[in-house]
Design a protein around this ligand. Sequence first.
Ligand code: ZN
Ligand code: ZN
Length: 227
Amino acid sequence: MDVEALRLRLYRQLAEEGRVAASHQIAAELGVTDEEADQAFRELARARHIVPDHNGFIELAHPFATRDFGFSVKGVHTLWWGGCAWDSFAIPHLVDDGSPALVATTCPACGTAHAWNVNRDHAPAGGQVAHFLVPMAHVWDNVIHTCENQRIFCSEDCVDDWVRAFGHTKGAVFSLETLWKLASKWYSGRLERGYRRREPAEAAAYFRGVGLTGEFWGNGSLVLEEN
Ligand SMILES: [Zn+2]
Ligand SMILES: [Zn+2]
């Protein structure tokens, strides 16, 4: 099976409809066996393009999700689940007709509702902060856990309350403007044939370019050298 064609088939459906076929549906559609479809899904999962569950249903295909990860992203024609704060701010940049979109969430600490009109031209106004729990080097140790914990809080005080309540080690805290910059070009090309994920060094350079530096972002030693 042409796995890249399958990747595009899955991603384009997610972009257009906000939902996606499971592996057994793909098998029926393409006239292949369930086993062949499962194998192609596994190959896409190994390449970290999709995160399927054990029954061949896709849970995450960044920036898209198929269940609640804390964020809805409402475009003019389509309603998406965003996989996390980063993913939710990325969808309006990635999808044709996806800008502007209404990104909505609740603060994990206090439950306050927040929403922003996210477009491609400039970052949305707002004093809320993003908090990412898991350092970039460990994102794929358990990517579901990682995405579930990339959230937006009312303020750093709410982050501190939440970190304390759950016994977490505080991760990275940054502004909505930085989140918007981080999201703006991260997934560029993902809906086109031949998309290649960034190597860790390229990712670290991208993070530096949007002002995210330090060990959390995988570029700590460079920062130390400069300081
Ligand atoms: Zn709060
Ligand atoms: Zn995510």
